[in-house]
Design a protein around this ligand. Structure first.
Ligand code: ZN
Length: 198
């Protein structure tokens, strides 16, 4: 067992909490910080510390924002569409495509009974409220193609049946640049069933 100084171990443990960071990377970060001068460390600590006060959740859609209303709600040019995503990061990913000009709604989680995440954890009440008092014609479900994403999509579909909106889900298909013989069976089956007119 390597005898790291206690504070170094604390740093490693802290960094390991971040997604995609394993022990090796966490150790690299910790050793790097041990070389930083105090003012640089203070500056970093200050930025991290102010995250919860500087980043707010938009009251309308739940996306991250500097103000209580986000730019996506304020400047959506086509309010007939509402795209439902799991996390704020998904909004930015869709925006980056420049293919969508409608509204968003961030659920904040996906249904996962195994992890104890039920519908009460999703930002659904606000969603229903938005759908009942609006001119939204189509709800686009843009959730992961995973067990949790599928379960959440199905749940939402049931919740929307009595509402007068068209419910669609992002198409599943072949990844760009892929070859048919390399795609897994599940993806290929979905691509076939969701084929579009050419
Ligand atoms: Zn918003």
């Amino acid at each position: 067992m390597i005898k790291y100084p206690l504070h170094l171990l604390k740093l490693v443990d802290t960094f390991r909490k971040l997604p995609g960071v394993g022990t090796k990377t966490a150790e690299r970060f910790a050793f790097e910080l041990s070389q930083w001068p105090n003012d640089r460390l203070q500056e970093m600590a200050k930025i991290i510390q102010s995250t919860s006060t500087e980043l707010k959740h938009c009251h309308e859609c739940g996306c991250l924002s500097e103000a209580l209303s986000c730019p996506f709600c304020l400047s959506a040019s086509d309010a007939r569409y509402l795209c439902i995503v799991a996390m704020p990061r998904d909004v930015f990913a869709i925006e980056a495509t420049r293919e969508y000009q409608g509204l968003y709604h961030v659920l904040g989680a996906l249904l996962s009974p195994l992890d104890g995440i039920g519908p009460e954890r999703l930002n659904i009440d606000k969603l229903k409220q938005r759908l009942t008092n609006s001119s939204i014609e189509e709800v686009i479900i843009a959730l992961d193609s995973t067990l949790e994403g599928d379960a959440t999509a199905l749940y939402l579909k049931q919740e929307f049946t009595h509402l007068n909106v068209r419910v669609t889900r992002l198409a599943f298909g072949l990844p760009m640049g892929s070859t048919i013989d390399y795609v897994d069976g599940g993806t290929l089956a979905r691509a076939l069933s969701a084929r579009a007119r050419f």
